[in-house]
Design a protein around this ligand. Structure first.
Ligand SMILES: *Cc1c(COP(=O)(O)O)cnc(C)c1O
Length: 374
């Protein structure tokens, strides 16, 4: 166990213990483990948090993407635009539905989908799935305009971006998951809003689409034994919903704390070695699910920090287009040079709301010490 972990779930539980324990006891007393009242309570609270009309609780972030694509009719023969610099779950559901991932280059500064690269493929794809990577929204106006002009749905992978904000050209503020046709959220334990197991949600303004996704997640049924379509077993657990409602009350302040820690890292690491620090364009407010720096000395720094008891990570070391799982798509090294540079150079430093100033100072001093040696 590193002295300063990349993420500290024990500290998070300690901060919410009373509320979580009470919520779990309530569910245990009711024993309505499947679609109990806590699921609807959480959906309403989460929709309000995101500024969307509907939120549908589902089994995971992966399920959120899968059900969204299925509900929007993506199927065999279709192509879906998505980045390769992301977690595998952005792409897997595309493949499950018989469609083909079309990997789109990312922006050199932010690591998010590059609208210019999307422009080149928008006419051949059936849907667009940008990822608000590390908690920073992509350029939603640019990507949204392309998707709207092409008549294809925008599916936000907001698995890392609960509460992140984007300022539209007209000055109005929209939260991650409330801009596109749907937003897909993960509540994997280490995410900004984390359950005690797998959990996820889909957000949308469209009531019919919300109904379709809700039905697909619950065996396609209209009533207990009437199945309108072939669905999935992908509901949100009552217990997880209860935990999530308890933790949602502090999400705003937790995100604010992450932003303060990110600002502290930025000011203390500025100019150290060849580090490139995360940028935040003026029209976006990130929620720093991860604090990701770039350096040509990534592997050396990673080993040095781990040796020093600091839980640094790499998100993600191998882009999806070069993964063995996607060899059949025929991509080669060099096809997405900006993506590949991110994969070579990115390094995640510990960031979570309970990280103390002293811990952050320790991380900073170790990073500085490394660059004094090289
Ligand atoms: C975590 C994550 C997912 C998948 O979420 P799960 O809840 O683990 O299924 C999808 N996309 C991104 C970008 C993620 O970080």
């Amino acid at each position: 166990m590193p002295r300063i972990p990349l993420v500290d779930l024990a500290a998070s539980y300690a901060r919410h213990r009373d509320a979580i324990d009470a919520a779990i006891r309530r569910v245990l007393a009711e024993t309505r483990f499947i679609l109990g009242p806590e699921v609807g309570e959480f959906e309403s609270a989460f929709a309000a948090f995101c500024g969307t009309r509907h939120a549908v609780g589902v089994a995971s972030g992966t399920a959120a993407i899968h059900l969204s694509l299925a509900a929007l009719g993506v199927g065999p023969g279709d192509e879906v635009a998505l980045p390769a610099h992301t977690f595998a779950a952005t792409a897997e559901p595309v493949t499950w539905l018989g469609a083909r991932p079309r990997f789109v280059e990312v922006d050199a500064e932010t690591g998010g989908m590059d609208p210019d690269a999307l422009k080149a493929v928008i006419d051949r794809v059936r849907a667009v799935v940008p990822v608000h990577l590390y908690g920073l929204p992509v350029d939603l106006d640019a990507i949204g305009a392309l998707a709207t002009a092409a008549g294809v749905p925008l599916i936000e992978d907001a698995a890392q971006a609960h509460g992140a904000e984007f300022v539209r050209a007209d000055g109005s503020v929209v939260r991650a998951g409330a801009y596109g046709r749907v937003g897909c959220f993960s509540f994997y334990p280490g995410k900004n809003l984390g359950a005690f197991g797998d959990a996820g949600a889909v957000t949308t303004a469209d009531p019919a689409l919300a109904d379709t996704i809700r039905r697909l997640a619950d065996h396609g049924r209209a009533t207990k034994y009437e199945h309108l379509v072939v669905g999935y077993a992908a509901r949100l657990d009552t217990l997880q919903a209860a935990v999530l409602t308890a933790k949602l009350t502090t999400l705003r302040e937790s995100n604010q704390r992450r932003r303060e820690l990110a600002a502290a890292y930025r000011s203390r690491l500025d100019g150290v070695g060849d580090l490139v620090l995360p940028v935040e364009p003026a029209n976006r407010r990130g929620v720093y699910h991860l604090f990701v720096v770039r350096t040509r000395h990534r592997d050396g720094l990673l080993a040095y920090l781990r040796e020093a008891g600091i839980g640094a990570g790499v998100h993600y070391p191998v882009p999806l287009h070069l993964q063995p799982a996607y060899a059949a798509l025929g991509y080669r090294a060099g096809d997405l040079p900006v993506t590949e540079a991110w994969a070579r150079e990115c390094l995640s430093l510990p960031i979570y709301p309970e990280l103390t100033e002293e811990q952050l100072e320790t991380v900073v001093s170790r990073v500085r010490a490394y660059f004094e040696r090289v």
